[in-house]
Design a protein around this ligand. Sequence first.
Ligand SMILES: NC(=O)c1ccc[n+]([C@@H]2O[C@H](COP(=O)([O-])OP(=O)(O)OC[C@H]3O[C@@H](n4cnc5c(N)ncnc54)[C@H](O)[C@@H]3O)[C@@H](O)[C@H]2O)c1
Length: 383
Amino acid sequence: MKTVRFGIIGGGLMGREFASAAARWSHLLEFPARPEIVAVCDTNPAIHAWYRDNFAAVRQTTTDYKELLANPEVDAVYVAVPHHLHQEIYGAVLAAGKHLMGEKPFGIDLKANDAITAAVRQHPQQLVRCSSESVFFPAMQKLCGMIEKNAFGRILEVNTGFLHSSDLDPNKPINWKRMIEFNGEYGVLGDLGMHALHVPLRAGWQPRNVRAILSDIVKQRPDGKGGMAPCRTWDNGTLFCEAVDPVLNEPFPLTVKLQRIAPGQKNTWYTEVLGTQASARWSSTNPRLLEVMTYTPGTEQAWQQIQTGYETAFKTITGGIFEFGFTDAIQQMWAAFLYELATGKPAAKFAGCVTPDEAAFSHRLFTAALASQRNCSVEQVKT
Ligand SMILES: NC(=O)c1ccc[n+]([C@@H]2O[C@H](COP(=O)([O-])OP(=O)(O)OC[C@H]3O[C@@H](n4cnc5c(N)ncnc54)[C@H](O)[C@@H]3O)[C@@H](O)[C@H]2O)c1
């Protein structure tokens, strides 16, 4: 098994999720590569101790990402930092000759993303992918299998989304994810959008136009120091898009709902595809459950409820009847990255991480969505 030596830049919430997934790599079976975390950079030195205490192979901890990139022991880098730093650090990772797993939104805005895309094109030998994990839930893998087999017939409608609710509490203190200078003008679109677009874009269902309705609901939040700070990012967004199914070349409505203030929703990913021959829907509120309806003219229209188990894109030690969760999806996503790095291609169409081109498309859509909100208009999305 090939060992890929990783550095992590940004050791917060997501940096630790990767490290934890790497620590239980033995979970995967018959796998061609394994990550070994050898270096960690975070500007907050208090973060370093957890990595040093738990990962014997971490030989470098630093507050300066340039030191990590100068380390010849590092083959690949995971960057999980606030959005205003994506352009600079992703570019530096590529210039240093390392493979890159970057976090969404892959640049704070379209200009930053264009610069990242240009850097990616200059380094075709390095693997560059963007993080997005919900596609790896077994029910989503089954739904994607239906897309691959063109099981839906003519697509009537697709609805996807990602809903949170912790921001319903106006007393929740502000953090960088609610501050426009660090999170970007996209607000919730940049935070949650790539997750909801991963499957539609991989399916080839590119929106060609969009009418967006965005809401700024909580306009200031406690600053954690006894005062209040302005909260100028969009909290909720709904994108009404016209997409085209490349199989039949027919248009259909694609609605993408992205909300930080969705009462009752803790961390809900969902996808619904309605078609003339079959329909399917999944929501992470009941992650095992895949609902499917197949239709033959003259027969009843009846939804089937299928309980999925631990039936994953990449084989593991876990029995097929057991439950699958968020940390498993993260590990499967990392398996997808390592598989592609080791073999030169994704294991399957829907078992691959988001590509830089898909991330770039999401930026064109979000930029059009901002214009749509501003002008109360339907905006074309550049393909
Ligand atoms: N894939 C997902 O499900 C998912 C979930 C949450 C966040 N994210 C994305 O991950 C990225 C990071 O989010 P997070 O939730 O981990 O944030 P976080 O605030 O928990 O962690 C970010 C870390 O970056 C560090 N940092 C800031 N500036 C730095 C610099 N110049 N050099 C090195 N380290 C620096 C901070 O000290 C912090 O520890 C964002 O792009 C976010 O959109 C993805």
